[in-house]
Design a protein around this ligand. Sequence first.
Ligand SMILES: *Cc1c(COP(=O)(O)O)cnc(C)c1O
Ligand code: SF4
Length: 436
Amino acid sequence: MFEPPIIQSDKSKYKAYGLRNFHKIPQLSKLSSKMKFEIDVVARIFPFKTNNYVINELIRWENVPDDPIFRLTFPQKEMLLPGHFQRIANLLQLGAEKDEIDREINKIHAELNPHPAGQMEDNVPLLDGERLSGIQHKYRETLLFFPSKGQTCHAYCSFCFRWPQFIGNDAYKIALHETSHVVKYLRKHPEISDVLITGGDPMIMKAQTLQHYIEPILKADLPGCRTIRIGTKSLSFWPYKYLIGSEAEETLALFKRIVDSGKHLAIMAHFSHPRELSTKAVRLAIKRIRKTGAEIRTQSPILRRINDDPDVWSQMWKKQISLGCIPYYMFVVRNTGAQHYYGLPLQQTYNIFKNAYQQVSGLARTVRGPSMSTLPGKIQIIGIFEIHGEKVFGLNMLQSRNPELVMKPFFAKYNPNATWLDQLKPAFGEKKFPFE
Ligand SMILES: *Cc1c(COP(=O)(O)O)cnc(C)c1O
Ligand code: SF4
């Protein structure tokens, strides 16, 4: 039914690497022992996972450690605050007991704001008085669904705000075992048009498992629910998912079934760098997915040292357009984990967005950003102005808990160093922002 896949059996056999076996990665033999020790230290705090596709086809090892894909996937010393790094490094060098190291790791985790934007407490809905821990309903039209089997990824991005759920601490996990709750909830909330299946990466699941989650939604007669979205990094980190064997065929057949059922299927693909769109495998995977009738929309945060350059973004959007993908969001990196490493001042982020946006045709200007996913909503930076002698940021809510606030611009005092909403103050002598 779909294009014949490229079969390169040596390349396409999945092999994962992490803290336990990373020293077996052949390319790492070229790195200094100091760098390998740093990877070991940082990987104790931030989860680390990569695979043979990322290592062999995405990273350009001759550019390491500056290579953007290496930076995206491998732990870097500076991701830890110096004090945190030293605490773990000392324990390892002293040959401390595992218990002692684990206690220190837990302490540091708790200091890293593991749940930004009320992730755990504020967005969890109730059904018949019971808290539904695997779904979030923050914006009126869209329900987030975290299927419990999809809460890991093919590789981990070190900036990811989902890092707490990869570290094996159950208290941090947000998951639900049954789609039946989702269906019940959707029935009670006909205002929800979109179900966004997210993770982790739902495409880590076998086709059959994913089908088990989606089928009940298709079978239930829910006229309000028009769109199934799947958030995934699989096109960047494991495109063979869509190319090899019966798994690929079943996955694509499921996509096609969703489309044939009359729903819109949107694959929300994370791409952080044009390199991720450059391999034969990803191009073919995109082509095969689009053949099912699914649309691919793309998003990424802007990350210092990885994609903090307007040319990188304009190139990436142009490549996406030529592959038939639709640029969707550019995010400001969240205030969690290694934000101090990846974060950029909002003014710089805005300027990169603007300069990149100026370089592309209207087809790529479907992208919205730069946007902060904050507790009150998704807040876009729309400009830097001087009004009546006061320098200000123009802001706009793209999404809000209160839909009335969407598309009503407001202003914050200009602060050249601010990297997040909590560092902004209302402009023009206002006491508070509209969402406060
Ligand atoms: C981003 C987001 C959505 C989806 O928003 P869209 O603008 O429709 O893509 C839904 N729920 C939450 C909690 C989000 O952060
Ligand atoms: S693939 Fe997505 S969910 Fe997984 S680590 Fe990267 S950003 Fe996070």
